[in-house]
Design a protein around this ligand. Structure first.
Ligand SMILES: [Zn+2]
Length: 287
C-alpha cells in the first residue's frame, strides 16, 4: 500500500521513482546527559527510535532516571569534577560535593550494579591528561570489572564553568600512555576527538579495542554538514566502521540521526553498525 502510494505521488509530482530505504528505527544512544524533563526527554528519544541509552549526569539526578522503566538505561559516573561540579549545569557531581568519588564507594556501587560505565570522564575540563596516574586506581577498577570508560575529547561550548579547562588536553593522542598501561581496558573516545579526529583515528588504528562516539560531530547545530561528512569519511577510510558509536550528547535527536542517515557513502549495513550494533558489542562483550 505504501509502495503504491509512493509511486502515485511520484507520478503526480514528477519526482524520482527511486524508493528510499526506511529510516533506521533502532538506535542505541551512547552519549546522553541528564535533563530536567526526564519523561519528555525519554519519550522524544523513543519516538525517534532510541531503545537504549548510556547516561551520565550528577549522581543525584541519575537516581531519578532509575525510576524510569520506559527505556533501557546504562549508568555512568562523571569525574573528576571541577570544583565538584558537572560542567555547564554546575550541579554537584556527588552528594559530598567532592571532585573525585571515593574509590571504595565506586567499587561498592559497581557491585550493586549501579555503575555500568565510567564517563563522561571530565579530565579535559579538570585540567589533567587522561593518562594522569591519579586516574589509575579507577582504571584498575574498570579493568577488574570489565567496565567501559568514556573519555571526553575535543573542545567545549561556552560557559562550562571549569577554570582549568584546556583545549590541548582534548587531544586523543594523550590516551596513548593509558592504552599502553591498560591494554585490556575498554575505552571509548567521546566526540571522536572532534577537531583532533585525526589523532583519534591514529590511536584507534593501532589499538583495535578503542572505540569512538560521534556525538557533537553529528549535531548540525554545532558542526556543519561538510565538516561532519569529511570527518566521517576519514573514519571510514581508516576502516573503523566497526568501532563508531552513535551518540547525541542531548542534540535534537532527529537532527543527529538524520545527519548520519544523509551521509552518502554509508551503506545501510554500516549505518546499522553505527546506530546500535557496534554499541551492543562494545558494552556487552568481555574484552
Ligand atoms: Zn563531552
Amino acid at each position: 500500500m505504501k509502495l503504491l502510494l509512493t509511486l502515485l505521488l511520484c507520478l503526480l509530482f514528477g519526482e524520482s521513482t527511486e524508493i528510499k530505504e526506511p529510516t533506521a528505527t533502532k538506535i542505541f544512544d551512547v552519549h546522553l546527559h541528564g535533563s530536567k524533563g526526564i519523561n519528555e526527554q525519554i519519550s522524544e528519544l523513543k519516538k525517534a527510535g532510541v531503545y537504549k541509552i548510556a547516561i551520565s549526569s550528577s549522581w543525584e539526578q541519575q537516581e531519578h532516571y532509575r525510576k524510569n522503566t520506559d527505556i533501557k538505561i546504562l549508568y555512568g559516573i562523571m569525574f573528576p569534577c571541577p570544583n565538584g561540579k558537572v560542567p555547564y549545569s554546575l550541579q554537584p557531581c556527588f552528594t559530598d560535593k567532592k571532585e573525585w568519588p571515593e574509590i571504595h564507594w565506586v567499587e561498592t556501587q559497581i557491585k550493586k550494579g549501579k555503575i555500568n560505565f565510567f564517563g563522561e570522564l571530565l579530565t579535559q575540563y579538570f585540567g589533567i591528561s587522561p593518562s594522569d596516574t591519579t586516574l589509575y586506581p579507577y582504571y584498575r577498577l574498570a579493568q577488574k570489572y570489565n567496565i567501559p570508560v568514556g573519555i571526553h575529547t575535543g573542545g567545549a561550548g561556552p560557559n562550562h564553568g571549569s577554570p582549568n579547562f584546556s583545549w590541548e588536553l582534548g587531544n586523543p593522542s594523550l590516551l596513548n600512555q593509558l592504552v599502553k598501561d591498560f591494554p585490556t581496558l575498554k575505552i571509548w573516545i567521546m566526540h571522536g576527538g572532534d577537531q583532533y579526529f585525526r589523532e583519534a583515528i591514529e590511536l584507534m588504528k593501532s589499538n583495535p579495542h578503542v572505540y569512538a562516539d560521534i556525538s557533537v560531530l553529528c549535531n548540525p547545530e554545532i558542526v556543519p554538514t561538510d565538516r561532519f561528512t569529511s570527518t566521517m569519511q576519514a573514519f571510514m577510510n581508516a576502516s573503523l566502521e566497526n568501532r563508531l558509536l552513535f551518540g547525541s550528547d542531548n542534540a535534537p535527536i532527529k537532527a543527529a540521526i538524520n545527519a548520519v542517515e544523509k551521509l552518502p557513502f554509508l551503506t545501510n549495513e554500516q549505518k546499522e553498525k553505527i546506530f546500535y550494533k557496534n554499541a551492543e558489542l562494545f558494552f556487552s562483550q568481555p574484552n
